[in-house]
Design a binder for this molecule. Structure first.
Ligand code: TMP
Length: 214
C-alpha cells in the first residue's frame, strides 16, 4: 500500500490544452488506487472563490472592450480568489495529508497577467508572498498543445466564442510563457497534449505514482 502523504499537483497550459481533462483522469486514477485525493481549480475551488470566478470570467469573455476591468483590478480578483482557495481548501486538505490536484495555479497569473497583459511581476510576487507563505506545488505539468488543435477543442465546447476573444498571438505568447517558466526546473514536467489518445493519461499517472510512493 502507498503511504499517506500530502502532495500538491498543478496542471497548467492554455485553453484547449486538455488540462481539465487530464486533471479529472488523474483524480479518478488515484482514487482507484485508494489515494485520498481532491480535485480543484483556479480561479475557484471554494464557494467564495467561485463567486469571484464568475465575476472575472463574465468580464473577461463577456463584455465589450470599454467596460472591462482595469488589468490590475482583474489581477487582484484572481489573487483574491486564490487567497480564499489557499486558506480554505488547499492548505486544509494538504494538512490532512491528501493529494490535491489543481487545474491552474500561480503560473497562469505569470503567463496571462505578467507575460500577456504586462502587469508588474513584483506587484504579484509581493501579494503571493503574503497569501501563499511556503506553499509550492510538488509538481507542475505544463501541457503544450498545437495551437490549431487547441482552437478546435475550444470550438467544440458549449461556450464556443471564448478563444476568439483574444488573438491567436495571445495564446502563443501565453504558451511560450508557460514553457519558459518550466525551463531548468526540477518540479516542472512539460508534456505534449496534442494527440487524442490515452498515452498522456498513463504517462502522467506513472510519474505521479513514482513520486507519491517515494
Ligand atoms: P479555465 O477554467 O478554462 O482554465 O479558465 C480560466 C481563465 O482564467 C483562463 O482564461 C485563464 C485565466 N486565468 C488568468 O488569467 N490568471 C490566473 O491566475 C488564472 C488562475 C486563470
Amino acid at each position: 500500500m502507498f503511504k499517506k502523504k500530502a502532495f500538491f499537483i498543478v496542471f497548467e497550459g492554455i485553453e484547449g490544452c486538455g488540462k481539465s481533462y487530464q486533471s479529472k483522469k488523474l483524480y479518478h486514477n488515484l482514487k482507484k488506487k485508494k489515494f485520498k485525493t481532491v480535485l480543484t481549480r483556479e480561479p475557484g475551488g471554494t464557494k467564495n472563490a467561485e463567486e469571484i470566478r464568475k465575476l472575472i470570467l463574465s468580464d473577461y469573455f463577456g463584455k465589450k472592450e470599454k467596460k472591462k476591468f482595469d488589468r490590475y483590478t482583474d489581477t487582484l480578483l484572481y489573487l483574491a480568489a486564490r487567497n480564499e482557495h489557499v486558506k480554505n481548501k488547499i492548505y486544509p486538505e494538504l494538512k490532512k495529508k491528501k493529494v490535491v490536484i489543481c487545474d491552474r495555479f500561480t503560473d497562469s497569473t505569470m503567463a496571462y497577467q505578467v507575460y500577456g497583459k504586462k502587469v508588474k511581476k513584483n506587484f504579484i510576487d509581493s501579494i503571493h508572498k503574503i497569501i501563499l507563505g511556503n506553499l509550492k506545488p510538488d509538481i507542475v505539468f505544463i501541457l503544450k498543445v498545437n495551437l490549431k488543435t487547441s482552437r478546435k477543442r475550444v470550438n467544440k465546447r458549449k461556450n464556443k466564442n471564448r478563444y476568439d476573444k483574444f488573438p491567436k498571438e495571445f495564446y502563443k505568447k501565453a504558451q511560450n510563457a508557460f514553457i519558459n517558466i518550466a525551463k531548468n526546473k526540477k518540479r516542472y514536467v512539460v508534456l505534449d497534449s496534442s494527440k487524442e489518445n490515452d498515452e498522456l493519461e498513463k504517462k502522467i499517472f506513472q510519474i505521479i505514482i513514482k513520486r507519491v510512493s517515494k
